[in-house]
Design a protein around this ligand. Structure first.
Ligand SMILES: [Fe+2]
Ligand SMILES: [Fe+2]
Length: 189
């Protein structure tokens, strides 16, 4: 992999060991899914390695970053107010472009949308979204079902994964980002 020489030391330095382990697990899962679905495996590895690269930043740092570089975030005001950790995908995609010179649009889209999803996601974005929640370090119930579905049918797996994420938000009585609902609606129509 041409990028990993610089990326791995960055991740090792910036992310805690649990997050680093999660990143490696997500990468392995994303690569396997890419191979299973005829997607570019090198892009899947790159997107997965970088997907949580902004995770070391505090909410305050991410908000400052978004303002400084004018990063486009859907419903930014409410994200800042209710769930600033949702910024890490959008900030991460921008950092991947600036720091590691990633240009591929599908890789950048996959990083940006890995938490929330969105309508009309490209195949790589679906693969990363699914790899992130079915990586070996994920223990919540439902992972096995999503993992099994993901090997065969990305959209069926996306439907199950999106439902599980929305259910989690509702159980916590937390704010639901409209794009989480949009993701769901785009999958069931
Ligand atoms: Fe993430
Ligand atoms: Fe992640």
């Amino acid at each position: 992999m041409r990028h990993t020489d610089k990326i791995l030391p960055y991740l090792k330095k910036k992310l805690g060991s649990a997050r680093f382990k999660h990143t490696l697990g997500t990468t392995k899962t994303a690569e396997a899914l890419a191979l299973a679905h005829g997607e570019n495996a090198e892009n899947a590895v790159l997107a997965a390695l970088l997907h949580d690269m902004a995770r070391w930043m505090s909410a305050r740092q991410m908000i400052a970053y978004v303002k400084k570089y004018k990063v486009r975030v859907p419903d930014l005001e409410n994200v800042v107010k209710y769930n600033p950790s949702l910024l890490h995908g959008f900030v991460g995609a921008d950092m991947a472009r600036r720091i590691f010179k990633v240009k591929d649009r599908s890789v950048l889209e996959a990083i940006a949308l890995h938490t929330l999803g969105g309508p009309n996601m490209c195949r790589l974005a679906k693969i990363l979204y699914l790899a992130d929640i079915t990586s070996p370090d994920r223990r919540h119930s439902g992972v096995k079902t999503i993992k099994r579905l993901a090997e065969k049918d990305l959209d069926k797996a996306m439907t199950a994964a999106s439902a599980s994420k929305i259910a989690f938000v509702l159980r916590k009585n937390a704010w639901l980002h409209p794009d989480a609902a949009r993701t769901w609606n785009s999958l069931i129509k």
